[in-house]
Design a binder for this molecule. Structure first.
Ligand code: PLP
Length: 425
C-alpha cells in the first residue's frame, strides 16, 4: 500500500483503506493494482456490478442535456419515466413515487408522509412508529429514532422522541423453528401486544425490513410472520411501511422482498439497488389513498434539494433496464441458492459457523462459540475483525456487523452483485 500523509477526511474511525482506482463488473482494483472481488456489492448497493456501459451511456446522454433542474421549476423526462417504471414494478395502488437521494431520506419521507396523511384524515393522535430490535433504518435523527441498534442510537437518545420497539423474529436464537407457522404468529403477537400496550389510537405505522439487512444479518422472517403483521396493521388502522432500502430491486431474488410472501405494504422505501451505486438515489412509493388527502390539504411539507434530479433519474432508469434485460432478479434467486449451499457446506465443516441465513443474494453467516446455546464467540477473539481482514488480504470484500446489539455476536454478510456467476461464487 502506498505511503500516505494523514487524511483530512474522516468517517467512522481512523483506519486507512486502500485507494480505489477502478471497478468493473464484480471486481475492484486499488491503485497498487490489487484486485478485489466485491463480495458485498459495496454496502449491498452495486447490484448490477460496476461500470455498466448501458448506465454510463445513459448518464453521459443526460449530462449533455441537463444535470440539474429543480423539481419545483421543472419536470424532466428522466424523473417522469423512472416514476412510471417504478410504479409499474410495485404493487397495485402504490402509484405515487417520491424521489430522494438515499435510504435515510426515503425512511424520513415515509414517516413524514404517514404523519401528514394521519393529520389530513383527522387522525392527528397517531404519531408513534413501531419498529424492531435489532433493525437499521438510517442515520438521520428520525430514521435513527426507529432504529433498534443501541451502539448507533445511544449517544443521541436525548435528542430523539422514544419510539416503541418489538424484538425482531430471531427464531434461530430463541430455539424456535422458523418454518413452523406458530413461530411466525409468536413474533407477530409481539406487535399486537405492543400496539395494545401503547394505545392503538396513537400508533401511526409499523416499519419493517422484510428480510433483515446489516442489523440482523439477512434475517428471513418465520413462516406466516409478515402476513400476520399485515393483518394486525389492518385491524388497528396502522400503516405498514416496508423498508426495502437494501432488499429492493432484486437483491432477494424478487423485485421486492415483500413479494416472497405476497404482502402489500402501504408504503415502500428503496434506495441501494435502485441506482446501484451509480448516483445517490432513493424513492418512497406510496399508495394513492395516502397521498391524495395530503395533496388535497395543501401538499406534502417535505422535500430535498437534490430530489428527482435528472442525472440521478436517468441512471435509475438505465439500472432498472439492466435489471430487467439481464434477468437479474432470477439470477439473484439462482445464484443465491448456489452461494447459500456453499456457505452451508462451510457450516458443515466449521462448527464456529452457527447459522447461515438469507434469501437470494442477501446472505449471511454467524459465528458462535457453540451451536446449541448459540453462544457468541468471546469478544476478545475479535473474530469479526480478523475474518474481514483475512478476506480483504485475499482480495475478497465482505460486510460485517455486530449482530446482537453490538455487545456480543458477529455476522458476515455475503452479498455479491446480482450479475455474479457460479465461477465467481
Ligand atoms: N434502511 C435500511 C434497511 C438500510 O440497510 C439502510 C442502509 O444501510 C438505510 C435504511 C439507510 O440508507 P442510507 O445509508 O442510504 O441513508
Amino acid at each position: 500500500m502506498i505511503d500516505r500523509p494523514p487524511s483530512h477526511l474522516f468517517y467512522q474511525g481512523r483506519n486507512r483503506k486502500p485507494v480505489l482506482d477502478q471497478a468493473r463488473g464484480v471486481y475492484m482494483w486499488d491503485v497498487d493494482g490489487k484486485r478485489y472481488l466485491d463480495g458485498s456489492s459495496g454496502a449491498m448497493v452495486c447490484n448490477i456490478g460496476h461500470s455498466n456501459p448501458h448506465v454510463l451511456a445513459a448518464m453521459r446522454d443526460q449530462m449533455e442535456r441537463a444535470t440539474f433542474g429543480y423539481r419545483l421549476h421543472f419536470e424532466t423526462e428522466a424523473s417522469e419515466k423512472l416514476a412510471v417504471m417504478t410504479a409499474a414494478r410495485t404493487p397495485e395502488g402504490l402509484n405515487k413515487v417520491f424521489f430522494v437521494s438515499g435510504g435515510s431520506e426515503a425512511v424520513e419521507s415515509a414517516m413524514k408522509l404517514a404523519r401528514q396523511w394521519a393529520v389530513a384524515t383527522g387522525q392527528g393522535q397517531r404519531w408513534k412508529v413501531i419498529s424492531r430490535t435489532p433493525s437499521y433504518h438510517g442515520c438521520t435523527l428520525g430514521a435513527l429514532a426507529i432504529t433498534g441498534y443501541a451502539p448507533l442510537t445511544a449517544p443521541f437518545d436525548p435528542m430523539m422522541r422514544p419510539m416503541p420497539k418489538i424484538p425482531a423474529p430471531r427464531a434461530y436464537l430463541d430455539g424456535l423453528d422458523p418454518g413452523d407457522p406458530l413461530t411466525g404468529l409468536h413474533y407477530a403477537d409481539m406487535l399486537e401486544d405492543c400496539i395494545l400496550q401503547e394505545g392503538p389510537e396513537t400508533i401511526l405505522a409499523f416499519m419493517v425490513e422484510p428480510v433483515g439487512g446489516a442489523s440482523t444479518g439477512a434475517l428471513v422472517p418465520p413462516a406466516g410472520y409478515l402476513e400476520r403483521v399485515r393483518e394486525i396493521c389492518d385491524t388497528y388502522g396502522i400503516l405498514m411501511i416496508a423498508d426495502e432500502v437494501m432488499t429492493g430491486v432484486g437483491r432477494t431474488g424478487r423485485f421486492l422482498a415483500t413479494e416472497h410472501w405476497g404482502v402489500v405494504p402501504d408504503l415502500i422505501v428503496m434506495s441501494k439497488g435502485y441506482a446501484a451505486g451509480y448516483v445517490p438515489l432513493g424513492a418512497m412509493v406510496a399508495h394513492d389513498r395516502l397521498v391524495d388527502p395530503v395533496l388535497d390539504e395543501g401538499g406534502f411539507q417535505h422535500g430535498f434539494t437534490y430530489a428527482g434530479n435528472p442525472l440521478s433519474c436517468a441512471a435509475g432508469v438505465a439500472v432498472l433496464e439492466v435489471v430487467e434485460r439481464q434477468g437479474l432478479c432470477a439470477n439473484a434467486d439462482a445464484m443465491g441458492d448456489v452461494l447459500k449451499a456453499r456457505l452451508e457446506g462451510l457450516m458443515a465443516r466449521y462448527p464456529v459457523i452457527g447459522d447461515v441465513r438469507g434469501k437470494g443474494l442477501l446472505l449471511a453467516f454467524e459465528f458462535v462459540a457453540d451451536r446449541h446455546g448459540m453462544r457468541p464467540l468471546p469478544r476478545e477473539m475479535a473474530a469479526y475483525d480478523r475474518f474481514v481482514q483475512i478476506a480483504y488480504g485475499n482480495g475478497l470484500i465482505v460486510y460485517s456487523r455486530r449482530t446482537r446489539g453490538g455487545i456480543e455476536g458477529d455476522h458476515i454478510l455475503v452479498c455479491p452483485p446480482l450479475i455474479v456467476t457460479e465461477a465467481h461464487i
